[in-house]
Design a protein around this ligand. Sequence first.
Ligand code: SAH
Length: 261
Amino acid sequence: MAEKVFANCHSPPSLRKDLFLKQSLLFPRESLMYYNKNMDGRDMDNGASDYQRMRDAMVDNQLIPRGIKDPRVLDAMRRVPRHLFMPEPVRYSAYDDIALPIGEGQTISQPYMVAIMTELLELKGEETILEIGTGSGYQAAILGELAREVYTIERLPHLAAEAVSRLAELGYDNVTVITGDGTKGLEERAPFDRILITAAAPEIPEILVRQLKENGIIVAPVGERYSQVLIKGRKSGGVLVEEFSTPCVFVPLIGEYGWRS
Ligand code: SAH
């Protein structure tokens, strides 16, 4: 018994990797957290980084089994370093199947929510998108990978400033962050091919429908303050034709055409 403990403590990187892989087959999520906390993102085999492996596991275990199919969305989620969009203390959970706090009472959405919202937008690569609720900037980066131009609005100046510097460091020069009340849209850049609201709206503001192109798509969590349904609306003949998808819970959209506080 003592010998076994000793062997584990001093096992060379390749053996530790074997142990990790065995463990991960039995306890995938726990192992991922153990791995992340203890190995601190170090490369163990000169191959892809540990974070890359965690991203791949996130896509393979959380997104594909739940029906996300668009290969461009799956690729973007494998590429964008989600852990760099959150505060240091919660980075070890960056690839877990949960939303995480990003400060000021706000959250970065669960990976699956980001994936499904992005898939519902049906992006081909040429679109101009308006996102409302920049938060960490992670969703904006995913959109930046998949569309031509992204404008994203955040009402809290501190979060907006952090997102600006992260997105610049990572080279997303097709993403512009604006501080303000996104419920009013962005008249000076309208009309948009796509609009994504990433905070819970009591309803889709009419002013945003006016800023959407004919045949354009809006995706938004709509409903009560603490429970919503993801809505996809396509503008057809000047009006929004809505479909409903997954139930969800987002932080509130606060502004002139959202919740008042
Ligand atoms: N998309 C984000 C997560 C969104 S959390 C990400 O990838 O991290 C929702 C965000 O919407 C919060 O940061 C909140 O401050 C912001 N928000 C709420 N009401 C808003 C409004 N009227 N205009 C712009 N941003 C708003």
